[in-house]
Design a binder for this molecule. Structure first.
Ligand SMILES: Cc1cc2nc3c(=O)[nH]c(=O)nc-3n(C[C@H](O)[C@H](O)[C@H](O)COP(=O)(O)OP(=O)(O)OC[C@H]3O[C@@H](n4cnc5c(N)ncnc54)[C@H](O)[C@@H]3O)c2cc1C
Ligand code: SF4
Length: 556
């Protein structure tokens, strides 16, 4: 078998890679295309992974598809920024509008485990009021979820991902202790803490999905700082090493290098998915389909699945599929300390302040946090060229100060706007499928917040003696929206259980269902909702509301 994860599917012939052992395998159940499985899940990332595990654990037959490969972290991940481009969704897309989004490494993943394979592991809860942003804070939209119920699902998600965090969290309602102790804070994070204190703000250790002590088959984090390029030690608790092995052990099948191009519908119900694997189009029969392809690919799949009965795409009675795309603001301030900082050591963020998420006296809606940053050399070079226009010897001189550099980066809430959207272009990709066209512009509120955050971060760095401070004014990251959840078939695409209003056996469960994105990184919320959704769908099926029959299929 080839050692190249792209050469041929690895999850095949009744086995899948053992991600914890070099060249070893775990047994995996396989289903025939003609066998009608209870659930197909499209996408195996932050949303798809927990849905797969949750449904398999309840005894349902389930197949998870991912267009990306099945990596073995111990063997496939190099300490090399360019080599790791293989982790991202780099397929053709058209990006346009007043503030076109740069697609790729900042906001996507294409692998079993999805974007969590190379995410920065920051694992934060929403501020409770954000679930009712419209009625309590006066902007955006309300979620059809109650924060008290979500608080319990957050706790379950934190346990499943063995989150390392502080003993007490300074903001929001009380939460249980994190499963693992917080990580030591690195040079940049210490400067964040000093700067926050100088401004009178609270700070704390960042809750992270990387283990701070030996845990199961994961060894503790060794602070090598390559988190955003795939963790080769398995300290990182991505879906690839947590929910996916759980799902397979309980009888789920994973199909890697399997691109789903179309969902089939008959008499108003989905009947399965068309997918391409090893150059051949095939059809998997299914009683129910859960889409979890993230904020660009999920609406694209629904739109590409249009039929005569659903000419505007599946689940699109409201016309909202693809609309209200949000990308969180990710602007930063950088400066230089006299002392050596070595910000790139350790996970990128080991401290955080959520002051402006919980302070409402401000002249804009929404909130933001900021975190210490540790960009690796190539990314740092692009910051200097892009934000400062440096080149040649000036760039070289700047890079010589790399070990003294310190950065603070915001994660800020952009507001939903129906004109920010995903549609289909006429061009097609390597599978012959129409590619997404992504249109994006910041609103006035977004710009006001970005300026506020930049001023605050610059002030904070100045108060701790940073010199030659500069701003990175144009950076965006995590996506949300495009298949929003809501209260009625008119205001949303899915209901509170991520079930399509239009097609009763079609679910969408990933970052696309967010009505608002809040001022924290999204994956813990996606994971918590996905765990809840798996439980809710399973209960629906047991009540006879879906045609699915739980049968014990586990390999254990
Ligand atoms: C560099 C980076 C750093 C990040 N850091 C953080 C962080 O520190 N904290 C945080 O909370 N969030 C972070 N995020 C964001 C977080 O990873 C995503 O928000 C989250 O993973 C999205 O979950 P999802 O399930 O919607 O999509 P994903 O996790 O991206 O999973 C989607 C999967 O679906 C597959 N797929 C899509 N369409 C199809 C199809 N048609 N057929 C088959 N497969 C398909 C894709 O290949 C992909 O594997 C980061 C993201 C990036 C890129
Ligand atoms: S710093 Fe820790 S989590 Fe990040 S790549 Fe290294 S071992 Fe993995």
């Amino acid at each position: 078998m080839s050692s190249d994860p792209f050469a041929a599917p690895r999850a095949a012939h009744g086995r899948a890679p053992n991600v914890f052992r070099s060249d070893e395998w775990i047994p995996m159940r396989q289903f025939d295309d003609s066998e009608e499985v209870d659930f197909v899940v499209v996408g195996t990332g932050a949303g798809g992974g927990p849905v797969l595990a949750g449904l398999a654990e309840q005894g349902y037959s389930v197949v998870g598809f991912d267009a990306g490969p099945y990596f073995r972290p111990l063997q496939d991940f190099a300490s090399d920024e360019t080599e790791q481009d293989k982790l991202y969704w780099n397929d053709d897309r058209i990006s346009e509008g007043a503030n076109p989004l740069t697609m790729g490494g900042k906001n996507s993943g294409k692998a079993v485990g999805g974007s969590t394979v190379h995410f920065a592991m920051v694992s934060l809860r929403f501020r409770p009021e954000w679930f009712k942003a419209r009625s309590t804070l006066g902007y955006g939209a309300d979620w059809p979820l109650d924060w008290r119920e979500m608080w319990d699902w957050y706790t379950a998600a934190e346990r499943a991902l063995s989150i390392s965090g502080p003993i007490t969290y300074p903001w929001g309602p009380k939460r249980p202790r994190y499963p693992m102790r917080a990580h030591p804070i690195n040079g940049a994070a210490q400067i964040l803490a000093r700067g926050a204190e100088a401004m009178g703000y609270s700070w704390t250790e960042t809750p992270l999905a990387t283990v701070s002590a030996p845990h199961g088959d994961s060894s503790p984090c060794v602070y090598r700082g390559f988190c955003r390029f795939g963790c080769s030690t398995n300290a990182k608790q991505s879906q690839l090493v947590t929910f996916i092995p759980r799902a397979i052990e309980q009888g789920a099948e994973i199909r890697d290098l399997a691109m789903v191009g179309r969902i089939e519908v008959k008499d108003g119900r989905v009947t399965g998915v068309h997918y391409q694997r090893e150059g051949r189009w095939r059809f998997q029969k299914a009683r129910n389909v859960v889409v979890a392809g993230y904020a660009i690919e999920s609406p694209r799949l629904l739109l590409n699945s249009a039929t005569d009965a659903f000419p505007d795409g599946l689940a699109n009675h409201s016309g909202l599929v693809g609309r209200n795309l949000m990308s969180q603001s990710n602007q930063a301030a950088f400066g230089y300390m006299d002392e050596v900082v070595r910000a790139y050591k350790a996970p990128p963020s080991t401290t955080i302040t959520e002051h402006w998420n919980y302070e409402d006296k401000k002249d804009f809606h929404g909130g933001y946090c900021w975190m210490a940053q540790g960009p690796l050399p190539i990314e740092t070079t692009t910051i200097h060229t892009g934000s400062q226009g440096l080149w040649g010897s000036a760039l070289r001189d700047e890079m010589l100060r790399y070990n003294h550099m310190v950065g603070l980066k915001m994660v800020g809430e952009q507001l939903p706007n129906p004109d920010n959207r995903v549609t289909l272009a006429d061009d097609t990709d390597q599978y012959g499928l129409r590619i997404p066209r992504i249109t994006y512009a910041w609103g006035d509120n977004d710009k006001t917040m970005i300026n506020h955050a930049l001023d605050q971060m610059v002030t904070s760095l100045g108060l701790v003696g940073a010199k030659d401070i500069f701003r990175q004014e144009n950076d965006m990251n995590h996506l949300g929206g495009t298949v929003r959840m809501g209260f009625t078939p008119e205001d949303s695409v899915v209901d509170r259980d991520c079930r399509s209003w239009d097609i009763p056996n079609l679910f969408i469960c990933d970052g696309s269902i967010f009505p608002t994105v809040g001022g924290v990184n999204p994956s813990l919320t996606i994971t918590a909702i996905a765990m809840r959704t798996a439980a809710r769908i399973g209960a629906m099926a047991r009540r006879g509301e879906l045609s699915a029959t739980a049968k014990r299929t586990a390999h254990a």
